[in-house]
Design a protein around this ligand. Sequence first.
Ligand code: NAG
Ligand code: NAG
Ligand code: NAG
Ligand code: NAG
Ligand code: NAG
Ligand code: NAG
Length: 499
Amino acid sequence: MAMLATVWIVLLAVNIQAGDGQSVQMDSIKSGFVGSQVELRCIFVNSNPPVKISQVTWQKFLNGTKQNVAIANPSLGVSVLPPFKERVTFKQAAVRHRTPSLEDTTIMFSNLRLSDEAAYICEYTTFPAGNRENMVNLTVFARPLTRMTLTTPTIVARPQKRKMTVATCLSANGKPQSVIKWDTRLKGEATFQETQNANGTVTVRSNYVVVPSRETHKQKLTCIVTYRNERITDSVVLNVQYEPEVKIEGFDGNWYLNRQDVSLTCNTDANPPVTVYQWKLLNGSLPSTVEIRNNSLIFKGAVTYELAGTYVCDATNGIGTRTGLVEVNITEFPNNPPPGGREIPQEQHNAGAVIGGAVGGVVLLAAAATLLFVFLRRRQRTFKGDYSTKKQVFGNGYSKAGGLPAHPPIPNNLQYPDDSDDEKKPAQIAVTGGFEASERDFDRDAEDLKRPYFTVDEGESQDYDERTLAFQYNPGPDVADDMVSQTDGSVISKKEWYV
Ligand SMILES: *[C@@H]1O[C@H](CO)[C@@H](O)[C@H](O)[C@H]1NC(C)=O
Ligand SMILES: *[C@@H]1O[C@H](CO)[C@@H](O)[C@H](O)[C@H]1NC(C)=O
Ligand SMILES: *[C@@H]1O[C@H](CO)[C@@H](O)[C@H](O)[C@H]1NC(C)=O
Ligand SMILES: *[C@@H]1O[C@H](CO)[C@@H](O)[C@H](O)[C@H]1NC(C)=O
Ligand SMILES: *[C@@H]1O[C@H](CO)[C@@H](O)[C@H](O)[C@H]1NC(C)=O
Ligand SMILES: *[C@@H]1O[C@H](CO)[C@@H](O)[C@H](O)[C@H]1NC(C)=O
C-alpha cells in the first residue's frame, strides 16, 4: 500500500515536472506525539529553465479553512505568525539570509499540541511559472496515562456473596484510543467504558468485578493495555479478608476406654488469622481432664466415657466468627485394628502370598514353556512331514480331508464353521484368506518364510484342537460300536438297524 502510494506520488511528481518543469516535494503524512518536535519537509525542485521564487507560504488547512503559518520572502525576509511564533522555525538558515536561498523551506514544528493536527500546505509563488504547492498531513498522538488500581487495599468477603469491583484499569486521554484486556485465573467479569474528550483523546476504563471469597484471596489480576503497538501491563494481587473456615481434627472415630493422649485441634483458614478460639461441649461443660492449648484440646490421661459429646470450636478473626463441631463417642474396645497391631503382620502375610504366588507362577510357566517347546519341536517335524500331504489333499479336494489318517494337520490349524459340521470341511475363512491363497500364488521360498509363524500358531492352539478333534471325529473304534457290518461289506448305523 505504502509502496503503491509512493509510486503514485513519484509518477505524479514526474508528470508535474514533465509538464511544467518545477515541483514541490513533501512527505504526504507525518506524525508526532504531543510535546515532541516534527520536521515538515518542503523542497522546491527548480529545473531548467529556472524560475524566480517570489514568495513561499506555509499554511495550516483545517476544516476547509486556511491559516497562514509562516512566510519567506526574498526581499522582505521571514515571518512566522503569532500562534506558531514560538514553535515553528525554518530549518535552513539560508532562508533567513540577506540574499536567501528558498529551495528548501522545511520547517521544524516543536512542542506539538493536539490542535496542531491538520494538513499543512507549502506554496511557492514563482515567476513566470505561477504557483506550485504540495501538502503534508500531520497527525498528533497523545500517549495515555495508564494505571491500575485496587478498589480497596483489602477486600472483605461477605457471607452474602455480592459482586464487587475489585480493581480498575484506566488508560486516560490517549490518542488513538487504547484497548484494555484482563489476564487472570479469577472467575469474574470486566466492564468497559470509554469517554471521548473534546481535544480528540479517549479515556478507556475497565472495572473487574468478582464475588470476593476465600478462593479469590491472593489471586493475581493483570491488566493489559494496548496502545498503538505498545503493550503496557500492570498486575495486582488481591488481598481478600474472610471469616475463618473451621475444621476440627483429631477424632479418628476410635476413642476407646483407656486410650492415652487424645486431642482435638481446631484448624482454621482465615484472613486475618484467628485471634480467639473458644471450645465448648454442647449440653455440658468441658471435662476436667482437658487442657486448652492455643487451638488444641489436650485430654490428659486415659479416655473415659465422660469425654463423649459434641465439641464445638468457635474461631474468631477480624471479619467474623465461625463454628466447627465434632461428635465424639467412646467405645469400650478398639473398633479397628489399632495401628501397629495386626496390620503389619497382615501386610507381611500378603507380601508372602504375593511372593509365593509369583514363585509358583514362574515355576508353572517354566514347566509349561518346556512342555510347549518339546511339543513344538515334535510338531514342527510332524508338520514338515505333513506339508506335502496337505498339498495333495488340496489338489484332490477337501471332501477327502475327513478321510485322512488320524491326526490330520489341516483340521488342527483351521477351524470349522458351525454350519459345516456335517461335511467336516476346513473353514473357508482360514483357507482362502491365508494359507490356500499363499500356497497358490507364492513359490516355495515364500512358503518357507511363512511356516515358522504357522507352526507356532499350531502349537498354541494344540490343546484345544486336539480335544475338539477327538470329540468331533469319532475315530475308528466308534465305528465298530455304532455300526453294524453288512454281508456285502458295507456298514450301517445301529440305530437304522434296530428301527
Ligand atoms: C470543523 O467543522 C465542524 C463542522 O463542519 C465543526 O463542528 C468543528 O468545530 C470544526 N472544527 C474546527 C477546529 O474548527
Ligand atoms: C490529508 O488530509 C486531507 C484533508 O484533511 C485529506 O483530504 C487527504 O486525503 C489526506 N491525505 C492523506 C495522504 O492522508
Ligand atoms: C485532553 O483532554 C482531557 C480532558 O479534558 C485532558 O485531561 C487532557 O490533558 C487533554 N490532553 C491533552 C494532550 O491536552
Ligand atoms: C461414633 O462416631 C463415629 C464417627 O463419627 C460414627 O461413625 C459411629 O457410628 C459412632 N458410633 C456410635 C455408636 O454413635
Ligand atoms: C442439648 O440442649 C438443647 C437445648 O439446650 C436441646 O434442644 C438438645 O436436645 C440437647 N441435646 C442433647 C443431645 O441433649
Ligand atoms: C501457643 O501459645 C503459646 C503461649 O500460650 C505460645 O508461646 C505458642 O507460640 C503458641 N503456639 C502456637 C502454635 O500458636
